[in-house]
Design a protein. Structure first.
Length: 219
């Protein structure tokens, strides 16, 4: 750009450049990397934006903190927490909350936190709006039920969604009380749901244990 202006306009201009953001493995963040993030809420919802930073690896979060936010002292404390108590994910929570508030406001952070809690059984899934639910299921493995197609038994949906590799492993999880549909524990894998059970008339959220999610989209 600088050279073009000089050649066409004969004017002297200056450019400010910043290094590309890269992960600890050397891959780049941004449009050439998987998982593009947008500031436009129509392209990346506030929930997806929040989750993007919440899911950063421990090895990458320190560099992002230094680029985007926080004082030197705060960063040192967050990095110390990440090393000593990685399960708390304090650095990721701080980064996700700070940047989501900066771009979308404090209310968006509250909604994203509430949605995250609901997805993992700590809140009301029915209270999530359709847009947030759509953003959530976009982040997890899922299967699709086409118009006019009957809803299959739960155990078959759980396997089709990728939550389990086989009916055998799904049966074992059900027997141990480890399969949930819309945050309700499944007792009978042969049971079938109706369209009245769908969230916003469209989705079923499946969970294995505490943290592993999948979804069924009914068109």
């Amino acid at each position: 750009g600088v050279d073009l202006v000089r050649r066409v306009e004969g004017a002297a201009v200056h450019a400010l450049a910043t290094p590309l953001l890269t992960k600890s493995d050397g891959s780049k963040y941004g449009k050439t990397a998987e998982g593009t993030l947008w500031l436009d809420p129509g392209m990346s919802s506030p929930f997806a934006f929040y989750q993007y930073f919440l899911n950063q690896a421990d090895a990458d979060v320190g560099g992002l903190l230094r680029v985007f936010s926080f004082s030197h002292e705060e960063i040192e404390e967050l990095e110390r927490s990440a090393k000593e108590r990685p399960e708390e994910r304090a650095a990721q929570l701080a980064l996700a909350g700070e940047l989501t508030a900066l771009v979308y406001g404090d209310e968006a952070v509250e909604e994203a936190v509430a949605a995250s809690r609901a997805l993992f059984g700590e809140g009301d899934l029915a209270g999530l709006d359709a847009r947030t639910m759509e953003a959530a299921v976009a982040e997890v493995p899922r299967t699709t039920v086409e118009p006019g197609e009957e809803l299959r038994p739960l155990i078959d949906l759980a396997v089709a969604s990728g939550l389990f590799e086989s009916r055998g492993s799904a049966k074992q999880a059900i027997a141990q009380g480890g399969l949930y549909v819309n945050n309700r524990r499944v007792a009978d894998g042969a049971a079938s749901l109706t369209r009245g059970d769908l969230l916003h008339g469209r989705w079923l959220l499946l969970r294995r244990g505490k943290r592993t999610l999948a979804a069924v989209e009914v068109r």
